[in-house]
Design a protein around this ligand. Structure first.
Ligand SMILES: [Mn+2]
Length: 403
């Protein structure tokens, strides 16, 4: 760095910039792409804020500012929803949106540290820091998708089975309205009720891509269906077969042998974190997509925060050393979501003594996706694509509640 005073010789100066190499940078492409995104919806929001939040005081020169904060800004203000998307109080209106975020505040399924009941609120709080635009993806979710926050499912702290029924019913409502659900956990036991709520709306099989350090497929844990059990019960559903379940990042010293036995019996695909490291994230994601999509019509992405190394997520319900680095897991989830998903779920624990979770990575913005593996057109037009029709079978849903 700097001039080489001490060695008494002259360092070779850098040559002229390699213009072609610079143009191949993703940074170059993304910089150019931003110009095409448009800002029509942002302008609408600003205009509405002027109306509902009153024009700002006379001393404010920027007349897009309102008196009461009604837009994304300031990021520290306002009533907290997921990434500032509108709260929809009347859930019967969810079909006006492409994507619905809902919380499943539940920790009755944890077998070690509780606290994930605070997960949805914690995720919303930290999500308030972010805008809807992502430089690398070249998308602004505000402009390309209608996203809403439905608030949380009414969970029942003392009865895990009633929670499952409530969560299935909520997911069934969203999916049955033709809307893409994103479920914020909550502990990993919610994987089963999520799948129960989705499967009636998939014509054909649903695959599951599961990022975790643990297999989570034993039948029971301490006599109940806990966070260690969702895939045992989910893969009992006829159109959620175990052959389409792929588990990525497994390893460490807390994979119960009873779960491994079931994974072997049902022939699930298990990728250790060592496998992922050896082949690289891109190849691992490609393999996972091949297994999950094999004969399937939709894929459910399940992201367990403890798949990330414990150093980054120390508050999780079951910290494990040796998992993904944040940048790796974001890349993995991006590659999966890019192909289209049926739902996306994240769960995160929140240490009750800590009001914020500043050191942990935020959930990545969901890629705009179609219900089914989608054409590029579908990716920007979820809800209006050929697959965005509204299917549902309440009767089938009721039957599934017994699984
Ligand atoms: Mn786990």
């Amino acid at each position: 760095m700097g001039m080489d005073h001490h060695h008494g010789h002259h360092r070779k100066k850098p040559g002229p910039p390699d213009e072609e190499a610079l143009k191949r940078l993703k940074g170059y492409e993304a910089r150019e792409r931003e110009a095409d995104i448009g800002n029509a919806r942002w302008k609408e929001e600003v205009a509405k804020a002027q109306e509902t939040g009153l024009p700002a005081a006379d001393s404010i020169e920027d007349r897009s500012i309102s008196t009461f904060a009604r837009t994304e800004l300031p990021h520290f203000a306002g009533i907290n929803t997921f990434m500032g998307f509108p709260y929809v109080e009347d859930v019967r209106e969810v079909s006006n949106y492409d994507v619905a975020v809902l919380g499943a505040p539940l920790d009755a399924g944890t077998t070690y540290r509780s606290g994930t009941r605070f997960g949805p609120q914690a995720i919303r709080r930290i999500s308030g820091l972010y805008s809807t635009y992502n430089y690398e993806f070249g998308v602004d979710l505000r402009e390309s998708l209608k996203v809403c926050d439905l608030g949380d499912v009414f969970t029942i702290p003392a009865n895990i089975e009633k929670n499952f029924d409530q969560i299935s019913r909520a997911v069934d409502h969203v999916a049955g309205s033709g809307v893409f659900p994103i479920v914020l956990g909550g502990d990993h036991s919610i994987g089963c009720p999520d799948i129960r709520g989705l499967t009636p709306h998939i014509e054909g099989n649903i695959g599951i891509i599961h990022l975790d350090r643990h297999v989570d497929i034993q039948e029971k844990d301490m006599d109940e269906r806990m966070h260690t059990t969702p895939w045992f019960h989910a893969t009992n559903i006829p159109n959620a077969p175990a052959k389409n379940l792929v588990q990525c990042g497994i390893g460490g010293w807390q994979v119960p042998r009873s779960g491994v036995e079931v994974a072997r019996e049902r022939q699930t695909t298990v990728m250790t974190i060592g496998d992922v490291e050896a082949m690289g994230i891109d190849r691992a994601a490609e393999l996972a997509l091949e297994v999950a999509w094999d004969g399937a019509e939709a894929v459910y992405l399940s992201f367990d925060i403890d798949s990330v190394d414990a150093g980054f997520v120390p508050g999780t319900a079951w910290p494990e050393p040796g998992g993904y680095l944040p940048r790796e897991v974001l890349r993995f989830m991006h590659l999966v979501a890019k192909e289209g998903c049926a739902a996306w779920r994240s769960w995160r624990s929140h240490r009750p003594t800590t009001p914020r979770i500043p050191r942990r990575s935020s959930p990545p913005a969901p890629s705009p996706t179609c219900w089914r593996r989608s054409s590029p057109r579908c990716i920007s037009e979820m809800g209006r694509c050929e697959h965005g029709d509204k299917k549902g079978s309440a009767r089938h849903g009721e039957e599934l509640l017994r699984i």
